[in-house]
Design a protein around this ligand. Structure first.
Ligand code: NAI
Length: 336
């Protein structure tokens, strides 16, 4: 039986992950291993994650997680998300975005493939000059840039997409983004059937908002992908309607792209569809071992799209008045 580690996370995490689990339970036989982590757990125990948390995740075939808070003010702790990415070497952060008529700002059908292990998230920061200067190192390496580019081209081939665009700021960051771009074009030579081009990050953000179907697959260093994902989610219509996969060579974690949304936590109105889309990505990934899971993942995504296209049950972020539970119950009827 498939084993899935589950981290509910903070804020709206338990509400949306609970909804996603009831959908999964209706589709597959799986054992769910709950792992405690995040702000609430930290306040109770002084630890950001339960001591055997990583071990539990290692026993599972994949991880489904909700958003975990990393407080900026007050008592804080090292990011649980970064720890998981490093521990399992989840180097590719993959986020698909598609539009819905009457909900999205414009047409979009784009996958953002973000390098997930280095760049400005390398964790190398220091204070200098007696506290007057702070320096963060942005590490770009050839092998990791080639690895993420290869992943993006293979994804394009697998999904029948025909263009991959590298996102950069080479006009300013000549050396580091220069290396990223050079690595990208080197990898592109091995994929002659896919169009390879590039765009400057700020222009790319503008185009995402301004032009229909501006991009097909985008491959980015770490920070640019993080920011552009939220831009793309805004174009789709809500952060709550987008899911992501973080993929390594032999393990993967799946989560909605949004944060803990403390402003609506506990109100029962959080959009659970990002967490459900993350679950469908998980089933598709697990489908490499069992094709039936892939089929279920694909039909789950179709059911989400059908629900939104037909406006069967929409939470307030999408202009509706349904609760989280109503959305999940409607979806359960569509998938059963
Ligand atoms: P956020 O994504 O939590 O909220 C931004 C806005 O989007 C809020 O108005 C919120 O209500 C709305 N929103 C988000 N998800 C929604 C949903 N499912 N349904 C309806 N509305 C939704 O972003 P914020 O405030 O910047 O982050 C809060 C916390 O989340 C921070 O501590 C941050 O570290 C953490 N975070 C964790 C992530 C993860 O675990 N992967 C990712 C992003 C943020």
């Amino acid at each position: 039986m498939i084993k899935i580690a589950v981290m509910e996370g903070d804020g709206i995490g338990p509400e949306i992950i609970g909804g996603a689990i009831s959908i999964l339970e209706s589709l597959i036989e799986a054992e769910f291993l709950y792992v405690k982590a995040g702000k609430r757990y930290f306040h109770e125990t002084g630890l950001p994650m339960e001591e055997n948390g990583i071990q539990k995740i290692k026993e599972a075939d994949a991880l489904l997680k909700g958003p975990v808070a990393t407080p900026i003010r007050g008592k804080t702790y090292p990011s649980v998300n970064l720890r998981i990415r490093r521990e399992f070497n989840l180097y590719a952060n993959v986020r698909p975005f598609r539009s819905y008529k009457g909900i999205s700002l414009r047409e979009i059908d784009t996958v953002i493939v973000r390098e997930n292990t280095e760049g400005l998230y390398s964790g190398i920061e220091e204070v200098k000059g007696g506290g007057e200067k702070a320096v963060a190192s942005r590490v770009i390496t050839r092998d990791k840039s080639e690895r993420i580019s290869e992943y993006a081209f293979k994804l394009a081939e697998r999904e029948g997409r025909n263009r991959v665009t590298a996102i950069h700021k080479r006009n300013v960051l000549k050396v580091s983004d220069g290396l990223f771009l050079e690595s990208f074009y080197r990898v592109a030579e091995g994929h002659p059937n896919i169009v390879a081009d590039d765009a400057i990050v700020d222009a790319a953000a503008y185009k995402l908002v301004k032009v229909d179907k501006a991009f097909d697959v985008m491959v980015t260093p770490n920070l640019y992908g993080d920011i552009l994902s939220d831009v793309a989610a805004g174009v789709v219509g809500s952060l709550g309607l987008c899911g992501s996969a973080q993929i390594g060579d032999d393990f993967a974690a799946f989560e909605p792209i949004h944060g803990t949304a403390e402003d609506i936590a506990g109100k029962g109105i959080a959009n659970p569809l990002g967490a459900v889309i993350a679950s469908s990505l998980m089933l598709i990934w697990l489908g490499e071992r069992d094709p039936l899971l892939r089929e279920k993942g694909i039909s789950l995504r179709k059911a989400v799209d059908d629900l939104v296209d037909r406006r069967l049950a929409l939470t307030p972020d999408l202009g509706g008045s349904s609760t989280t539970a109503e959305v999940i119950n409607t979806l359960l009827k569509l998938v059963s």
